[in-house]
Design a protein around this ligand. Sequence first.
Ligand code: NIG
Ligand code: FE
Length: 419
Amino acid sequence: MSRITYIKGAAQVATVAGASEAPKRGAAMADAGILENAGIVVEGDRIAFVGPDAEARRYVAERGGADVVIDAAGKTVTPGLVDPHTHLVFAGYREVEWVRRLQGTPYLEILREGGGILETMRRTRAASEEELVEAAKRRLDRFLLHGVTTVEAKSGYGLTVADELKQLRAVRRLHEAHPVDVVATFLGAHAVPPEYRHDPDAYVALVVDEMLPRVADAGLAEFCDVFCEEGVFTVAQARRILEAAKRWGLKPKLHADEMHPCGGAELAAEVRAVSADHLLKASPAGVARMAEAGVVAVLLPGTAFFLREPPADARAIIAAGVPVALATDCNPGSSPTVALPLIMSLACLTMGLTPEEALVASTINAAHAVGRAHEIGSIEVGKKADLVVFDAPNVAHIPYQYGVNLVDTVLKNGAVVVE
Ligand code: NIG
Ligand code: FE
């Protein structure tokens, strides 16, 4: 008999139900499937019941009582939050560069000088796999404390065959060793490393001909991403990498139109990317094509905030019928945070999402952006019991009390991992 956990009498349960097949878009994004005075029963690692608390109580009684009871009176329960865009594995922080940026030096200028991503590349190359795992483990602990139970994690600070593989092995070890599930993305094309500065196409060839086959053979990544940006990788280079990735069985993602309108949204639609991320400068035509192609827009309002740039036009993206997800972009340069609930606040405050839209974007739509919506992202019978109890009387409080961590209890695979 599997263990029974009863989450009793929640003021609100945001089920975010009914969108496991396709992400929520348009008006559907405003509905987080909220139940009042509801109960949840978990059997083993799965959700066995969600509905009126009186029925939950009966369900538990019929099975001889619960092994664990969590009193959620006055609180709000949501699916475990899903962060579909992070650069989790890196060595060292870049607060010195941040202070320079505060004084006016642009992000891309620092990268052109050989700093920025390339600074983290040097430190990540110098670090052992063990050191990378240890540093990232501490970040994952903090993700969990903020209610995040699944994160995507990209490579992209190695930029040699050996160092990209090292980063991805670290990702795999983290997934195996930590309660948070970690989904691996190969981002060999994150920057052109100094060795290839005068021949970026030769670096693209290295990514396509050597890195991708090794990553795919070792089964070290599910997705492939490219930083498509003026002065980084062109649309043509990104297309070449993502088409090759598909042939190796990796699903495409794209850092698209972050600082300049580059045609990234259009490319994401063309290659049928699972997601296009950032989109601060995406063209309306590109966004329309994303809607047709079913590409999820992963928006990163924390990054825009931290770079002091105007955020993506989320309202236009939603109105165009593109499903929106939210992510931290956790990285040492443009968004050193793990606080996904704060990102929800920024999504409301700077992009005009409603609290329910922000929750949908951080749960089921985010699960779609990492290809996991059949397992996680909503509170429905049969799904994995990844759940967060917030010390909040309703969903709106989660982004409303901005910068305040309201997480009370976290269940991962049915087990209490934060209390
Ligand atoms: O998503 N834009 C490119 N990559 C990251 C930043 C990485 C870094 O600065 O270290 C991003 O913002
Ligand atoms: Fe990123």
